[in-house]
Design a binder for this molecule. Structure first.
Ligand SMILES: Cc1ncc(COP(=O)(O)O)c(C=O)c1O
Length: 371
């Protein structure tokens, strides 16, 4: 089977550890275990036997994940996965066949786009419209959904725009998915990183065929745990679990152990409050910096540690990124790798001085275009 290149991840994998300033990251700068576990827990973890554990995730962790969602979600509706990346992979592998048709939101992370196309799925892209505040146009959505639609795949909050889907659009998506009885796949890995601190509405439990994938890499600042999950009907979870036997069997027992503790209600709130404070602080700084920079038009996102800026220069976004990377050692991501030319994604979740250091280098680079 011939796989398409996952350009975004490939570029990050190759260069994120090589540059002086990596502003390509979409999550919040990672926490240390010493910051989130008590002294007793730190001691306990050293004395923990490293079992395989439960291949679908320990009951304690699955219950904690279920508790995050408002609708009737119980631990039977949860599968613990190796990042939300594995959760997305399982959703595509278990539910789609070559020749199936899916509706896919762009701009996006494009994991599902490349994966589904590699398996011969017909991916119909539906653009978010910037003039609508990065929302889907409901008429366009209505026209695209037909009896042939096997899945509607969304990312909410959206990567790379940081936009939240409006209630009106969410209701319509649910209505259309019910009408044609298709899968509704919602990647919600940025949920919890809303700038106003109010967790956005989840699609979890919206229909029998709704799958929500999420994890701890972004809002929770713990990408190194490689902790994700899928929430869906019991039959979906059983099917995804049996495919997970082929992928990773289970996540590292230590990650499961840590995650089940940090998802306790109080600690979860402490982490998400930290995320909100940090993101607001850094975003204010970035927007302030951007005021004097005519090469970009910045808009304030609703969530996530990213903003998708319009590039107002006569250069392709990929060339812009490559020159910046090679001559100024700063990594950003190109709109093209998210499915939309002419934009650049800035990640601002790293420590404030680090973000500022990267912005100063970018300002030096921009002089080349204005001098
Ligand atoms: C929308 C989206 N989904 C999934 C992932 C994968 O994240 P992880 O596997 O770390 O949860 C990412 C990573 O950037 C993402 O942006």
């Amino acid at each position: 089977m011939k796989f398409e290149q996952f350009e975004l991840e490939r570029n990050q994998s190759l260069f994120e550890n090589e540059v002086d300033f990596n502003l390509s990251e979409s999550g919040v700068h990672p926490l240390k275990l010493s910051e989130i576990l008590t002294a007793d827990e730190q001691k306990e973890i050293l004395d923990t036997e490293l079992f395989y554990g439960y291949t679908n995730g320990t009951p304690a962790l699955r219950q904690r994940v279920a508790d995050i969602y408002e609708k009737n979600i119980s631990l039977e509706n949860v599968l613990i996965t190796s990042g939300s990346a594995e959760a997305n992979f399982l959703s595509i592998m278990t539910q789609l066949e070559p020749g199936d048709e899916i509706i896919y939101m762009v701009p996006n992370y494009l994991q599902i786009f490349h994966l589904a196309r590699s398996f011969g799925v017909n991916v119909k892209c539906l653009p978010l419209r910037q003039q609508l505040g990065w929302q889907w146009d409901l008429d366009e959505l209505n026209k695209l959904v037909t009896q042939n639609t096997k899945m509607i795949a969304v990312c909410n909050p959206n990567n790379p725009t940081g936009a939240l889907m409006s209630n009106e659009v969410m209701d319509k998506v649910i209505e259309l998915a019910s009408d044609v009885d298709c899968w509704l796949l919602s990647d919600e890995v940025y949920r919890g990183a809303e700038l106003n601190g109010i967790e956005c509405r989840s699609f979890a439990g919206a229909t029998d065929k709704t799958i929500v994938n999420a994890g701890l890499s972004k809002a929770y600042s713990l990408p190194g745990l490689r902790m994700g999950w899928s929430v869906g009907s019991q039959s979906y979870i059983e099917r995804a679990w049996s495919f997970h036997d082929f992928t990773v069997i289970n996540v590292a027992y230590l990650s499961d152990w840590v995650a089940s503790r940090i998802l306790e209600e109080k600690r979860r709130k402490v982490i998400l409050d930290r995320t909100k404070r940090h993101l607001n602080h850094n975003l204010d700084m970035l927007i302030e910096w951007g005021k004097d920079i005519s090469s970009f038009t910045f808009t304030r996102p609703d969530a996530a540690a990213i903003t998708f800026a319009k590039l107002n220069l006569p250069i392709g976004c990929e060339d812009f990124i490559f020159n910046l990377r090679d001559h100024y050692s700063v990594l950003l991501t190109a709109g093209k790798w998210h499915g939309l030319e002419g934009y650049i994604r800035f990640g601002y979740g790293t420590p404030t001085e680090y973000v500022m250091g990267g912005l100063e280098r970018i300002a030096q680079y921009l002089k080349k275009f204005t001098d």
